[in-house]
Design a binder for this molecule. Structure first.
Ligand code: G6P
Length: 500
């Protein structure tokens, strides 16, 4: 066991200067790498504040991996969220954290640019047009190298390294090049596009090669893994047998085998179901219903304000149901939580204007002095309030046009301890592979979406219960701990070369 990274407090060096090499000698045998560290800054008295100035970020990934950081010699490498600021390694909540610095320019070019205006739309079925800029690509490469360097500095011999998500696809290859001793895993949290779309990327070979530096490349859906393997074959001429990609060096010699496989991510089931049983949260759900005038049906949408989520399609379907007289504002209210996201990226700004314009139009047309059609909330809420909303909602609307998984769908189902409520779920969300008893639909088909909503609104209690029980069983048996354990077990398995 090595000594922890310096002391347990956050040491901040002057903005714009490079921190001392404090803590650089510390080595770890398990390292997680993601764009953001699993902590957020917080002010004294904020929810989750423990006096350190940091609080643990919400979300299943952190919940699943934090205990491993404590148990093994683990550390998490990532950006701490403030541009142009250098932080020394520090510890929080039992996790050793290694901050990576990003300049203001790099945030613009690597994060907002290449990650969120090139890769994000490209990987989500080009719902918005991806932009290709060489300066963004240069920054992406440079920043990926910085993350890889931080791992190389801190990884013990034969350490296991788990790289997360599309912002860091070059890191596996960069690691293998200088540290072939490492076990390298990569997990893509978002979809992987079919080769016909991926082909547009001017740097498609470099990205595939970057990912193939890993021993195991994990995806949400089997179709994502399939798309990746087809791209490996098409753009790098790799030989692919079943789930194994034989990776060759310049001389055509096989250097290693990279496996590509689906590991559908999940949520912290225990946390959500415990909260859903707490009397104060049940009371809060009752209060929410009352504040809305106790309508017969509350419909709920919860999303980051992102064009992949199908918020416009959902609003259109709801508006048409009001216009058709199938729903009325006296009976039905749609709560739409849209948490602020990537607000400096153009497409996100445009989306916000459009969604807010549409909500204003619907409410202006259908509201009465007593009732509101759409209660729109451009906020983020703590998990307790989210669970109260899940409990208050009769119908959950997940209408994503493309989504790696969609954990909101899983959280809603988990919160429904009484097996009531109905889930309308897009077949283009990864969760559709597991939640087969949801009302699955194609959100582009507005009539189909409207009829799924009405089926949910009118669903007999017995049928709702049958469907909810079956979905709950699936999630309760596959929580996020299973996900990380399955991935890490597969990563550490010896690969038997399949040369047949
Ligand atoms: C998706 C991605 C994550 C990302 C999150 C929030 O879930 O898979 O990697 O962190 O969106 O986006 P943000 O840009 O705020 O990190």
């Amino acid at each position: 066991m090595q000594s922890p990274v310096q002391d347990k407090s956050a040491a901040k060096s002057r903005p714009g200067t490079t921190g001392s090499a404090h803590g650089d000698a510390t080595k770890y045998d398990f390292m997680v790498v993601s764009n953001r560290l699993p902590v957020d800054r917080c002010a004294p008295g904020d929810n989750g504040d423990d006096g350190s100035g940091w609080r643990r970020s919400p979300g299943g990934l952190v919940t699943a991996l934090a205990p491993m950081m404590g148990k093994t010699d683990g550390a998490w490498v990532g950006w701490h969220g403030a541009p142009d600021e250098t932080l020394e390694p520090f510890s929080h909540g039992g996790m050793d954290l290694v901050p990576v610095q990003l300049s203001d320019d790099e945030v613009e070019l690597y994060y907002e640019g290449f990650s969120n205006a090139t890769l994000w739309p490209l990987y989500h079925d080009v719902i918005a047009p991806p932009e290709f800029h060489r300066t963004w690509w240069d920054a992406y490469r440079k920043v990926n190298q910085r993350f890889a360097d931080a791992v190389v500095r801190h990884a013990d011999t034969n350490a296991t390294v788990w790289v997360q998500d599309y912002q860091l696809q070059l890191v596996p290859r960069m690691l293998r090049k200088v540290r072939p001793d490492l076990r390298i895993g990569f997990f893509n949290h978002i979809p992987f596009p079919p080769p016909e779309i991926f082909a547009q990327l001017p740097w498609r070979q470099a990205i595939i090669d970057g990912l193939l530096g890993a021993d195991l490349v994990g995806f949400q859906r089997a179709s994502d893994a399939g798309n990746f393997m087809r791209s490996a074959r098409r753009f790098l001429g790799a030989s692919v047998k079943q789930q194994q990609v034989h990776v060759k060096d310049g001389d055509g010699e096989i250097t290693h085998i990279a496996r590509a496989q689906a590991f559908p991510i999940s949520i912290d089931v225990q946390q959500i179901s415990e909260l859903a049983g707490r009397p104060d949260i049940i009371e809060r759900a009752r209060q929410i219903r009352q504040d809305l005038g106790n309508p017969k049906t509350i419909l709920l949408g919860v999303d980051r304000l992102d064009y992949t989520k199908g918020i416009r399609h959902r609003l259109k379907a709801f508006e048409e149901l009001l216009a058709d007289g199938k729903l009325s504002v006296a009976d039905a209210t749609l709560i739409q939580v849209a948490s602020p996201s990537r607000e400096r990226v153009e497409q996100y700004r445009l989306l916000r204007e459009e969604v807010e314009g549409t909500v204003g139009h619907i409410n202006g047309t259908y509201d009465t002095l007593e009732n509101t059609a759409v209660r729109y909330l451009h906020h983020s809420y703590p998990v307790e309030e989210m669970v109260a909303l899940y409990l208050a909602a009769d119908v959950m609307l997940v209408t994503a046009l493309r989504d790696g998984m969609n954990l909101v769908a899983k959280e809603y189902v988990t919160a429904r301890n009484n097996n009531d409520g109905a889930l309308v779920l897009s077949e283009f969300a990864g969760a559709a592979d597991q939640l087969k008893q949801a009302l699955l639909m194609n959100p582009h088909d507005i009539d189909g979406l409207k009829s799924a909503i009405m089926t949910a609104v009118d669903m007999p209690a017995r049928e709702a219960s049958r469907r909810m029980k079956s979905m709950r069983k699936q999630i309760l048996e596959h929580d996020v701990d299973h996900w990380s354990a399955d991935f890490l077990q597969a990563l550490n398995e010896k690969v038997i070369r399949d040369d047949t």
